[in-house]
Structures are given as C-alpha cells and as structure tokens.
Design a protein around this ligand. Structure first.
Ligand SMILES: [Zn+2]
Length: 249
C-alpha cells in the first residue's frame, strides 16, 4: 500500500477543493432539474399532440369536402331529373293513364330522394362547421403554447447563463486549488470523489464529516499518533480525513 503524504496546508486545501466540487455538483443538478426544462418538455409534448391533431382535422376536412361535392352532385342530378319529368308532364307529352301514373310516382319518389340527399348535405355541412371550429381552437391553443414556450425558453436560458457563470467561476477556482496540490494527493482525491461523490472531509469533534460517524477511541488515538503530513482516511467511508483545529484531537 502506498502512503500518500501532503503538508497540512495542502490537506486543508483539499477541503476547499471538496467545497468547490460540491458547488459544481449542486450547479449541475440545478441545471438538470430546472423547472423550466421540465415545463418546456411538457409543453413540447402537447405541441406535438396538437400538430398531429391538425393533420387529422385537415385530413377529415378534405374527406368531408369530397363527400360534400358528391352529395351536392347527387342532389343536382335528382333535380335535373325532376325538371325533365315535370317538363314532359307539363308539355302534355304523356297522355296514357298508366304512363301518367308512373311518371307522377317517379316524380314523388325523386322528391323523397332529393329530401334525403339534402339532409345528408346539411349533416355534412354541420360536421364541416364542427371540424372548422375545432381546427380554430387547436390553432389558438398552438399559438398560445408557442408564446408560452418562447417565454419559458428565455427564462430557461437566463437560468442556464446564471448557472454556467457560477460554474465557470467555481471551475476556475477549482483549477487554481488543484494546481497547488501534489499530483498523488490530487489523484487519490479524484479517485475517491469518482466512486463516493466526495473526496475529502473534515474531522470535526471526533467525527467524520463525510459519513457522519464518530471515530472510536482506537481510531482517534491512531490519528493523534499520525504525522501531520500523513494523509489519513476514514475507516468507514475511506474518504481523506483532514485534521483541523476543530478535530478534537
Ligand atoms: Zn467517513
């Protein structure tokens, strides 16, 4: 096992480093957990639903438009037929009683057919109007959603800029502190930090500030006996344990 040594001053700087690393972790979490980001994701999902809804409504409208044309054409055909029959009737072209009765009955049935078709045309028009007003509603919601998203994005970007400015400052400070530390101590610290999140902790009043456990008497006696430049590690959490005037030794 390699014992790492570092001056008490260097060891104290490890605590500064740990504070800065904690700041950086907090900032990264804040960046990830920004409420604006979650809200924007929610609004984006809604925007995509609305986009699909518009496509569906447009498709239905175009189908309906075809159906309407067809129904109107059918009405027109029936009307033309009725006019023709009427003309024949009025011109007195049909005189045989049987033929006359048959023509009249045809006209009656054409009228019924015309009535049915006109009802279909009306129904289609109603469906058309419902769809158009639904399309207007969706368009209005999309517009207000777009405005909301725009202002949220502005807020999010401002929050990002603020976090990033703090992050850049903390990173700069971290680099400066790290540059002052012996390479082997820094390496050990970073290794522990990678696995445990926090690389170094203060020994305060006989207690490790990393895992918050109290040292037993044997451990404390060992720490008391250790040379000041010996890098000590917590028996529990294996973090670097930094001695200060508050350590209770
Ligand atoms: Zn500990």
């Amino acid at each position: 096992m390699v014992f790492v040594k570092a001056s008490p001053q260097s060891q104290l700087r490890l605590l500064e480093l740990a504070d800065l690393d904690a700041d950086l972790v907090r900032l990264a979490r804040r960046r990830q957990g920004l409420p604006e980001v979650a809200e924007l994701a929610r609004l984006e999902a809604r925007a995509s639903e609305l986009k699909d809804a518009v496509v569906q409504i447009e498709t239905e409208l175009s189908d309906l438009s075809r159906e309407q044309s067809r129904a109107e054409r059918d009405v027109e055909l029936v009307r033309t037929r009725i006019d023709k029959d009427r003309a024949r009737l009025d011109a007195g072209q049909v005189s045989a009683a049987r033929e006359l009765a048959s023509l009249q009955s045809e006209i009656e049935s054409l009228h019924r057919r015309q009535g049915d078709l006109e009802e279909i045309v009306l129904e289609l028009m109603e469906r058309w109007e419902t769809l158009v007003s639904r399309r207007d509603e969706v368009a209005a919601e999309r517009e207000s959603l777009g405005n909301q998203m725009e202002s949220l994005a502005v807020q999010r970007d401002a929050a990002f800029a603020d976090i990033d400015a703090h992050g850049a400052k903390a990173s700069g400070q971290r680099d400066a502190v790290a540059a002052d530390l012996p390479a082997d101590v820094l390496k050990l610290y970073d290794q522990i930090r990678t696995t445990r999140g926090v690389g170094a902790a203060m020994l305060r009043a006989g207690r490790c500030e990393g895992c918050h456990l109290n040292m037993n008497t044997v451990d404390l006696n060992e720490i008391r006996a250790a040379a000041p430049d010996e890098v000590i590690r917590c028996e529990e959490c294996r973090r670097i344990l930094v001695r200060t005037a508050e350590s209770g030794l």
